[in-house]
Design a protein around this ligand. Structure first.
Ligand code: NAD
Length: 363
């Protein structure tokens, strides 16, 4: 039976990356039945100004698995971000960002193999904000003073940081299950519980409780500032990290920096009923349609998807072929060459050709 998967080409450079990724996924021999769905700036006029048509969400809710190219967030549509809206609609509560060194990618480090799991729905990114100078903000300030005695300056804006037992439990459990399924040895929970006792403190306490059910996985905690220093000094000591939303956002870009940047940084967002795989980078609109940009982050997102679909042999074959093409350094895009104007750089579709050829060689 072919895997039914929603394919969202996205906009900007999304369609060309999606085409290259679809080709390498099919070349693994795994059968797919793609449900191609348009979203983003280029199609919003067709959908009453909506860059995220309901049919896209309905398709993913039905197939349970999607792979998507980046989508531009159109300015002035009322959409803070199409990607955030998608994560909210499908309650994709866990974002997974593997950060792995590949030989041939220019980076200061050579031995990094981390998986960063970020809580995706709570924390300071829950979107609960009160604008400075508004009546609601003044009411909230007065209430806070009555309840806690704390004085907030009159000219302050306020953002709220909710972290719940349920929200913590499900993402920490996800990280531990992921570690177990992927044969990882350790999960590190990251926090600032020494300062924020009722949010990060709760996060740490619940995480420890959840970890008691996983005696086979080593479990430890780190304070977020120390974590950043340690990741820069000795990233090889860490394996799977699980973080609340804000720290997760920052530390996952730190992790991408450790392994050579966004061109090789895949991602996935998991909910209870659906998983969406996508590269970490955006839609780079100025390169649209030029067959120029690097498809590897989206292809590595495809590798994650193959693992999720339990097509492990195909995932290993595709990842091995990608790694071999990077290591050889010939059929790679301009951003992976020693200089950006290297005349030997190839285009997006030629990277796909080289990876497909490599898989044939390996087979
Ligand atoms: P961007 O990632 O599109 O671009 C940042 C830089 O990286 C640019 O110089 C770009 O040319 C380069 N770059 C990005 N992807 C590349 C690739 N595959 N190969 C080579 N170079 C690459 O970030 P941005 O400019 O801040 O955002 C552009 C749009 O993308 C915005 O509308 C933003 O909202 C959206 N965005 C979408 C997603 C997503 O769909 N998940 C994620 C981030 C940003």
């Amino acid at each position: 039976m072919p895997h039914r998967v929603t394919l969202i080409p996205g906009d900007g450079i999304g369609p060309e990356l999606s085409e290259a990724t679809r080709r390498v996924l099919e070349a693994t021999g795994v059968a797919f039945d793609w449900d191609v769905r348009e979203a983003g700036a280029d199609v919003m006029a067709k959908h009453g100004g909506n860059p995220l048509p309901d049919s896209v969400i309905e398709s993913i809710a039905h197939t349970g698995v999607a792979i998507k190219g980046p989508i531009t967030t159109p300015i002035g549509t009322g959409f803070r971000s199409v990607n955030v809206a998608l994560r909210k609609a499908l309650d994709l509560f866990a974002q997974v960002r593997p950060c792995k060194s590949y030989t041939g990618v220019r980076s200061r480090y050579s031995d990094v193999d981390l998986v960063i799991v970020r809580e995706n729905t709570e924390d300071l990114y829950a979107g609960i904000e009160f604008e400075e100078g508004t009546e609601n903000c003044a009411v909230l300030r007065d209430t806070i003073q009555k309840l806690s005695g704390a004085q907030i300056r009159e000219d302050a804006g306020i953002s709220i940081k909710p972290i719940s037992i349920e929200g913590t439990r499900r993402v920490v459990k996800f990280a531990l299950d992921y570690a177990r399924a992927e044969g990882r040895r350790k999960v590190t929970v990251v926090h600032k519980a020494n300062i924020m006792k009722h949010t990060d403190g709760l996060w740490l306490r619940v995480a420890r409780e959840v970890a008691e059910d996983y005696p086979d996985i080593e479990f430890e905690d780190r304070i977020v500032d120390n974590m950043c220093m340690q990741l820069v000094q000795k990233p090889e000591l860490y394996d799977v990290l699980v973080l609340p939303n804000l720290y997760g956002d920052i530390v996952s870009d730190l992790g991408a920096g450790l392994v050579g940047g966004l061109g090789v940084a895949p991602g996935a967002n998991f909910g209870t009923a659906a998983a969406v795989f996508e590269p970490t980078h955006g839609s780079a609109p100025r390169y649209k349609g030029q067959n120029k940009v690097n498809p590897i982050a989206m292809m590595l997102s495809g590798v994650l998807m193959l693992r999720h679909l339990e097509e492990r042999a195909a995932a290993d074959a595709l990842e091995g072929a990608i790694a071999a093409v990077i290591a050889e350094g010939r059929s790679v895009t301009y951003d992976m060459k020693p200089t950006r104007d290297d005349p030997g750089a190839v285009g997006t579709s030629q990277v796909a050709d080289a990876i497909i050829e490599q898989m044939g060689v390996r087979a």
